[in-house]
Design a protein around this ligand. Sequence first.
Ligand SMILES: [Zn+2]
Ligand SMILES: [Zn+2]
Length: 297
Amino acid sequence: MNIRVILLFFIVSAATASTKLFVLGTGTPNPNPERMGSSYLVLANDEPYLFDFGTGVIRRIAAFSPSWGGDYKALEVENIKHAFLTHIHSDHTLGLADLIITPWIMGRSDPLKIYGPKGAKNMHTNIIEAYQPDIDYRIYGTQPQNNTGYNVIFTELKDRFIFEDKNIKITAFLNDHGDLQESYGFFIETADKKILISGDTAKSKNLISYGKDLDYLIHEIYSQKGFNNKTPDWQKYHKAHHTGPKDVAEIANLLKPKNLILSHILFWGSSEQEILDEVKTFYSGTVIVAEDGMVFD
Ligand SMILES: [Zn+2]
Ligand SMILES: [Zn+2]
């Protein structure tokens, strides 16, 4: 290798080493047209890793791909081969049929690998069964189509499950989503970034134990003002399943992430500024109210 080749090698390595975080869906079960169902994507060494797949997930990924005017060739939807699921709630999984079928139609031939909690397996097997006539039509009709890329290889998560390849290390941990036992967050490590996705959770000790030296802490939140207007039975439910601004601030004060990203926001009539102010009352670090389509690197 001459010096120019070596230099070029390092420049290319540096360019591909930069991890990117794509915010695809920041919504909740409420059908806000500007906020799709929960979904994030981490691009590490140009390999995409998807976290949750709420409504709109494939359209949101496609928007970043050159086929639809975006800048990221790696985000052509047929490249989506790894998906991690926090829990089976509909706002995190309604895009599953789209995730199985559309990238396959667009050319994916590898099976989709899904890492999810107990119960998620039923979802993909039943979706494939429901779509079998459509799948058969595409494979056995006149449409040239591979007969492999709609398949799913499922791995069941447990606390401290680790996925690791040459690009990324992902640790699943149980969080505290009220009476839903099978609910996880993800701690993601790449060559240059540490990212934690809270999943849906009340204040979680397990989450806190994974949160050192984070570049990005993506945490769910509800509006305190909205919470105060709820009836006592709804307050009890939400306090056990989700996190209020004071608790989010407390977690951030403990973990001191470089960036706190608020997402999966239960606004209940509050504005983004009000949510931000509620957190800022107790926390002075960098806070970002997530919006669909944001990219962080
Ligand atoms: Zn949710
Ligand atoms: Zn949930």
